[in-house]
Design a protein around this ligand. Sequence first.
Ligand SMILES: NC(=O)c1ccc[n+]([C@@H]2O[C@H](COP(=O)([O-])OP(=O)(O)OC[C@H]3O[C@@H](n4cnc5c(N)ncnc54)[C@H](O)[C@@H]3O)[C@@H](O)[C@H]2O)c1
Length: 438
Amino acid sequence: MADRYLRFTATAPGRALTRRLGLPQPAALRRWTVEHPSLTGSLVHLTAGESTLALAPVLARTGLPMGDATAADSPAAVVLDASGVRDVGSLAAVHAALHPVVRSVAASGRIVVLGAPLDAGDHHQAAAQQALEGFVRSLGKEIGRGRTVNLVRLTDAEAAWSTLDFLLSPKSAYVSGQVIEVGARSDDGPPETGDRPLAGRTALVTGGARGIGEAVAETLARDGATVVVLDVPQAEADARRVAERLGGQALTLDITAADAGERIAAELPDGLDVLIHNAGITRDRRLANMPAERWSSVLDVNLASVLRTTDALLAKGTLRRGGRIVATASIAGLAGNAGQTNYGASKAGIAGLVRALAPRAAAEHGVTVNAVAPGFIETRMTAAVPLFIREAGRRMNSLAQGGLPVDVAETTAWLAHPASGAVNGQVVRVCGQSLLGA
Ligand SMILES: NC(=O)c1ccc[n+]([C@@H]2O[C@H](COP(=O)([O-])OP(=O)(O)OC[C@H]3O[C@@H](n4cnc5c(N)ncnc54)[C@H](O)[C@@H]3O)[C@@H](O)[C@H]2O)c1
């Protein structure tokens, strides 16, 4: 499971040899730790076009000292507000703003470009704003040194503070090349800025006994949630171990049971705030060799049970107002993968579910619905992949390495945050900007 190549390239001879051979140069990523919760260095705020966003107070909340683009130091983060770019001519201001600073951004630093929603009535504005997407994705692929580049489309800076806080922190180490849309402010109450934003809230994680689900449970508990670790009866010992460590509760049931939603509701008479659909399985075979059972078991665990339990918990009112649903897609599902017609169908279905349900769940229940789409994540599942395919999976992304379960967990925690009410209907890849799909 250990990425020996990453360790080798971190040594001086390893770096010299791999550079001479033209091999990938992954940089050790800086992730969140209790000791180092923020990026180190300044934040440079640039503007292209005429912006109406009130960004200053939101950027101040990141705690990063404001820097100067002309100073000689290496900024940890650059925010370019391009929300006012309305035509192709003013895209020159994007180049003019970033060209002088891009080289100096620190290793594991962040570039966040802010855009506006595309205006269907103004094709010049739409062209210029869509251009930002190609710009961000291209810069993400060339910038290197563990640096990430993302685009946030927004109309209200305050509604986007939890998103900017996440993207401008070490928590988003493996999120790059993404386009995230943030809507209007929701009425979730005052924004939560403490380091336990989920205190007093209950979160249920399906498939929480190990792998990515275990990391999600840990991270939500770190953020103050009381976690319920749900897994199959065969994984009861692991589910209990995780729940006890986190001061939560284990719940053993098969999520494909017809009455799974009712049983969860019965276990949680006081309600639920955060529902994480993480349980998932693969049963790979090419379609020509795939028996119906392999097809249906994957569709049932990964998609049908997600629909059934979501419907049941919304209908029963178990999910409280201000609640959050985060489902788990996969880049293999979005881009397609040989041998995974069943898995790809199930994970693409998650994206359809999220986009269609999000506006209705918000309007009728005050609940947001989003998905994470992991790329190559270092887990037991990917450790079992044959060596050469595993190496290809690890290197074929802009950061030239696999992600860790905690990267998916941090992204989930941002989507579950009480201040993320304006983030709805998004499918966010946690894939180091994988070459699979966009
Ligand atoms: N590891 C990756 O690289 C990767 C990439 C993309 C997507 N994903 C997705 O992330 C999620 C977690 O993946 P992982 O690598 O941690 O997998 P994993 O196999 O390590 O863990 C999955 C957990 O789900 C549980 N589970 C399976 N079927 C269940 C059921 N019917 N009811 C209740 N629990 C059930 C398992 O017991 C297990 O504890 C899955 O949805 C997977 O498809 C993983």
